[in-house]
Unconditional design. Structure first.
Length: 201
């Protein structure tokens, strides 16, 4: 079954590219059309607000449902015409719930990272790309050279794929500056240098 009008819109990009701002702006436009809208925030994301509100890096706050899995609020989400999901990469059931909402005639707008700190895709975001009606790729400005940036550089030593943080842990970077400043790449080079020195001796 598919109810006409259902759509999935995906906003992707690196850290600090304005994804959450575009998400809230996009959803707000539907309010002006008289449609019922709701925003959803990942419950563990308390970088800027402890009460579960959706907060952009510019400190603009919006009321939002807060959960760890979208399925937990599915009945509530079905009451709305437009559902805006922020930080989509954190939700394990992102694809299934987005598709189900879409098939029920809902407009689903998702903002998510285009890749992790290793320049690798998030599995759920990649799967949603093939189901999206519209995809918007955003870019930031490189922290180091100020050119357009399409990648997220982690500035702390931690290999976890999911590590929630802001400017204290991440920088938006271009590809050249990513490789110049990447901690993992630097450590690899240091190890290779040590191995070469040992081989010479």
């Amino acid at each position: 079954m598919f109810v006409e009008g259902g759509k999935i819109k995906l906003i992707i990009g690196p850290m600090f590219s304005g994804k959450s701002t575009m998400l809230t702006d996009t959803v707000r436009k539907f309010v002006y059309k008289g449609m019922k809208t709701v925003l959803v925030n990942f419950a563990a994301d308390k970088r800027y607000d402890k009460e579960g509100k959706l907060v952009t890096h510019e400190q603009v706050k919006s009321n939002a449902l807060s959960c760890y899995q979208l399925q937990d609020n599915f009945i509530e989400l079905m009451k709305y015409d437009v559902i805006g999901i922020d930080e989509g990469q954190f939700f394990p059931d992102l694809v299934e719930v987005s598709e189900t909402l879409c098939r029920n005639g809902k407009i689903v707008v998702v903002s998510a990272l285009s890749g992790n700190f290793k320049m690798e895709p998030f599995d759920n975001v990649s799967k949603l790309i093939s189901k999206a009606d519209k995809i918007k790729l955003l870019k930031a400005y490189c922290y180091f050279c100020h050119k357009r940036a399409g990648f997220s550089l982690r500035t702390v030593r931690n290999d976890k794929e999911i590590l929630i943080g802001a400017a204290d842990m991440y920088r938006p970077v271009c590809k050249a500056c990513y490789y110049k400043n990447n901690l993992i790449e630097s450590e690899k080079k240091e190890e290779e240098k040590k191995e070469n020195e040992m081989n010479i001796n």
